[in-house]
Design a protein around this ligand. Structure first.
Ligand code: 13P
Ligand code: ZN
Length: 273
């Protein structure tokens, strides 16, 4: 099968395009990775041409020999659907999880996203907790970035404020949202900080930068990013109208919701203000 005819490749490109259309990927902003299933690797193997082994920049032994579809560093999300061969690549990890090599894509040169350490360390954490998790998505979501200038950079504040903005939020992300203080992007340190939060959450906010989302498939992961960013947009609008809410969803409202929707909402987020 032609590589770009495979469903997982088409779905990957469609998700990148959805994010571009929502304005989350100016220039080369954001990156996406997908841990490819064994049978999907087999279905496109005839197209592989292996490049040189290169260091990942961190160790991910829990992902040894796995294959990932990832966006290229410096590549524009707007071009992913137009020219996937130039914009994305499939990589294979070695048997220690220390090096990668490109087996398809980036035909005009380049390397996987500079956030590869964050993507792979997040995948490694998630696969241990739930082997069904396959997607890690980083986007420059405008409203969430704006909130990192006015809200305290605390998990419990972001979680609670976002939950209050839409009744669906606590159902879509009942575990809450983690927050990483501003750090230099693209390296191992921010990857370590983010993957630590991914032990607890599916969403991590990077102060003054964007968000990371994790999920089992493209729809769920994109939907999570979209739901959180929409809640952030509502909060930006509310705060623009008034510094104080006249009414909101209360801790007891959340407890009733948790019962009826059968979700566990940790009490640490239902504090009295
Ligand atoms: P890349 O182009 O290397 O993926 O970087 C974009 C980005 O958003 C960095 O955080
Ligand atoms: Zn970024």
């Amino acid at each position: 099968m032609k590589f770009t005819d495979a469903k997982f490749v088409k779905d990957f490109c469609a998700m990148a395009d959805d994010g571009w259309k929502l304005g989350w990927h100016e220039r080369n902003g954001g990156n996406l990775s997908y841990r490819v299933k064994k049978e999907e690797v087999e279905s496109v193997k005839e197209n592989f041409k292996a490049g040189e082994w290169k260091p990942i920049g961190t160790n991910v032994p829990g992902l040894k020999n796995e294959y990932f579809l990832v966006t290229g560093s410096g590549k524009f999300f707007r071009n992913v659907i137009l020219d996937p061969e130039d914009s994305i690549c499939m990589i294979e990890l070695d048997d220690k999880g220390e090096n990668y090599r490109i087996v398809w894509g980036l035909v005009n040169g380049g390397r996987p996203t500079s956030e590869l350490p964050s993507h792979l360390m997040n995948h490694e954490v998630k696969v241990k907790i739930n082997p069904d998790y396959r997607v890690i998505y980083h986007a420059h979501t405008t409203n969430m970035i704006a909130l990192t200038f006015v809200l305290p950079l605390e998990d419990k504040v972001f979680t609670r404020e976002l939950w209050e903005m839409a009744t669906e939020c606590p159902v879509v992300f009942p575990d809450g949202v983690g927050v990483v203080n501003w750090m230099v992007p693209g390296g191992r340190d921010i990857a370590v900080a983010t993957s630590k939060l991914m032990e607890k959450y599916d969403l991590a906010v990077w102060a003054h930068h964007g968000m990371f989302a994790a999920g089992p498939d493209f729809d769920i992961t994109f939907g999570l990013m979209h739901t959180a960013e929409k809640a952030a947009e509502i909060l930006v609008k509310v705060l623009s109208m008034s510094p104080k809410k006249l009414q909101t969803i209360t801790p007891d409202n959340f407890r009733s919701l948790a019962k009826d929707f059968n979700v566990n909402l940790p009490e640490e987020f239902l504090y009295e203000k």
